[in-house]
Design a protein around this ligand. Structure first.
Ligand code: NI
Length: 172
């Protein structure tokens, strides 16, 4: 089911998410909803708090639905190792119409459980490394704007405030 995406300003984006307990019955439908909502948006990743569920689950699909094999389910993920640097443009489905160049590690290794509760690890560079960092940040209530510094950060917040006025106007 396609769910409403929670937008910036909603406290659920800032609440830290809880670990998914073993045997949690809602897991399969939560994962299905995340993929459906992410593909419909369209976006390359979505975290559970973005559909109002504060549990540590996120999905990444760099193919945006084109290749089933590239669908990545992250349950209770954590960054195990990060190295190098990259700085590329990032956006977020919860912050429409705004992008900014964000500094991220160039290489990331993450540990997580998959949809079948198997313990897994993944290593990513480039866009995958950024997506892993971005989605895992969501699970601790952190947004990409929090990773910006100085003037860049202030200007981006101002853009977000302007954009928010627009999207709230549309909703009314
Ligand atoms: Ni996001």
């Amino acid at each position: 089911m396609i769910r409403d995406i929670v937008r910036w300003g909603d406290p659920r984006l800032r609440d830290p998410s809880e670990d998914v307990p073993s045997g949690y019955e809602g897991l399969a439908s939560l994962i299905a909803d995340l993929f459906e909502t992410c593909h419909a948006a369209p976006g390359v990743g979505l975290a559970a708090p973005q559909i109002g569920v504060n549990l540590k689950v996120a999905v990444i699909d760099l193919s945006i639905g084109a290749e089933p094999a590239s669908q990545l389910v992250l349950v209770n993920p954590r960054i195990l190792e990060a190295g190098g640097e990259q700085k590329e443009e990032e956006g977020c489905l919860s912050i429409p119409d705004v992008v900014a160049r964000v500094g991220r590690p160039a290489r990331v290794r993450a540990g997580f459980r998959d949809a079948e509760w198997r313990e897994r690890e993944i290593e990513g560079t480039g866009l995958l490394a950024r997506a892993l960092c971005h989605e895992i940040d969501h699970l601790s209530g952190m947004l990409y704007v929090d990773r910006l510094r100085g003037l860049k950060r202030e200007l981006t917040w101002r853009k977000i405030e302007r954009s928010r006025a627009r999207w709230e106007g549309l909703k009314a």
